[in-house]
Design a protein around this ligand. Structure first.
Ligand code: IMP
Length: 427
């Protein structure tokens, strides 16, 4: 049963798009299982660069069926504009499948996200402002709107009215905003429903059937392990489960069907938004990583916070996801440093701690304990095999592998599709 999960091992933006796309040619289905248009995948195909937010990156592989699973939250207007943008560039999007059980990001969810963040002031999460959290909150509160509701006008009307009864109280009385009219929202949603109707399907049945027929299914996580609402740096997290278990709940495929869990691991660390980040750099090295690595958010355009590699985070990702492999990305960005610091443990209140502390306050106090690894100056972007890498780059990869607890099976040495060293095949 060749079902693979591919997910971010750090705080997202590890370069998953490239990894998914690399596998895309040999994969029959690429499935997103959580998140929404808060994700940002940059995929380079030939001289074309594509920025995807909601669509699975498999949409760029002609033989692959891209799937939006039930665990995803869908903003239909964003979906439609992403689809038409791709169509204009000649990409065929007709194979896309969307779960009828996925939840809809409504305009009022977006409003509540934006106004809510402003209301939090200094305590803000730094969300992408796309309505992700409020939509998941509605899902758990059982006041959400699902894709299938767009095809039953009377049910849709009742649900939107019920949701707005509460939301309008909040908007007008707490946030001092204007109330939102149900009628307008319903009209808009019905129209969107018509426009996406041809994609809506029972994706759980389709995916399980595909696996029974030995088709290759790739589950593509958005965000990353430390942004997981259960296993991440709560409350500075997204509102879904990017970790491996989310692939099951977010698609309706059981855990016994998953054969491989691949963690995408950047050769250094980045995060966007607020929250603790022990190896964060505020000096020229941080600026250099940001500039050389192009560390600016695909979705928000915000500068990413940058820091050195953090081994306890990688070990944690191995543990909570049951990782079988790592895909190490952006090794080329580290070319040119004489010595590269790697965080091997933390010092918390005077004590050395080897693993990521479960206690959030401890993590806020964690100071990195660094080990210096020798750097390299040779251009590595043309390397095709591990042996092509300079000795010190090989040493860096080997050291990271030993510290991280799972084999590094592929290494990204440049942004292009073919700038990857494959050590062990994923399929
Ligand atoms: P939300 O997902 O918009 O609710 O934002 C919650 C947190 O997750 C914020 O810190 C965001 O910056 C972060 N976040 C959401 N999506 C991504 C992503 O794709 N990459 C990195 N960070 C993300």
């Amino acid at each position: 049963m060749p079902a693979l999960v591919l997910l971010g091992a750090q705080w997202g933006d590890e370069g998953k798009g490239k990894a998914t796309d690399l596998l895309g040619g040999s994969v029959d289905y690429v499935v997103r299982y959580q998140g929404g248009n808060n994700a940002g995948h940059t995929v380079v195909v030939g001289d074309q660069k594509y920025a995807l937010h909601l669509l699975p990156s498999g949409i760029l592989s002609p033989d692959c069926v891209p799937v939006i699973g039930n665990g995803v939250v869908v903003d239909p207007s964003v979906l439609l504009s992403e689809l038409s943008g791709l169509n204009e560039r000649g990409v065929d999007t007709s194979k896309l499948l969307i779960s009828g059980n996925a939840h809809i990001i409504t305009p009022y969810n977006v409003t509540v996200d934006k106004v809510g963040e402003r209301f939090l002031g200094k305590r803000k999460i730094g969300t992408t402002g796309r309505g992700i959290g409020p939509t998941y909150a509605d899902k758990i509160n059982r006041t959400g709107i699902r894709v299938q509701d767009l095809y039953d006008e009377s049910i849709l009307k009742q649900k939107v009215e019920a949701a707005l009864e509460q939301k309008n109280q909040l908007l007008t009385k707490v946030f001092n905003r204007r109330a939102i009219e149900a009628e307008q929202i319903v009209e808009q949603l019905l129209e969107h429903g018509e426009n996406i109707k041809s994609y809506v399907a029972d994706t759980t049945l389709i995916l399980n059937d595909a696996l029974d027929e030995d088709k290759v299914v790739l589950f593509e996580g958005g965000q990353g392990t430390l942004l997981d609402v259960d296993h991440g740096t709560y409350p500075f997290v997204t509102s879904s489960n990017p970790t491996a278990g989310g692939a099951c709940t977010g698609t309706g495929v059981g855990p016994t069907k998953i054969s491989r869990v691949i963690g995408i691991l950047k050769a250094y660390t980045t995060r966007v938004g607020a929250g603790p980040f022990p190896t964060e750099l505020f000096d020229d090295d941080g600026e250099a990583l940001r500039t050389i690595g192009g560390e600016r958010g695909v979705t928000t355009g915000r500068d990413r916070r940058c820091g050195w590699f953090d081994a306890p985070i990688a070990r944690y990702a191995t543990r909570v996801n049951g990782l079988t492999d790592f895909f190490l990305t952006k090794l080329d960005v580290l070319t040119g440093w004489e010595q590269i610091p790697v965080c091997v443990a933390y010092e918390i209140d005077g004590k050395r701690v080897e693993e990521l502390p479960y206690n959030q306050t401890d993590f806020h106090h964690a100071k990195p304990v660094y080990e210096m690894l020798p750097g390299w100056s040779e251009d590595i972007t043309k390397a095709k095999t591990f042996e092509d890498l300079p000795k010190n780059a090989q040493g860096y990869v080997k050291a990271l592998e030993e510290m991280s607890g799972a084999p590094i099976s592929a290494i990204g040495v440049g942004p292009g599709r073919d700038e990857t060293i494959e050590i062990n095949s994923f399929i």
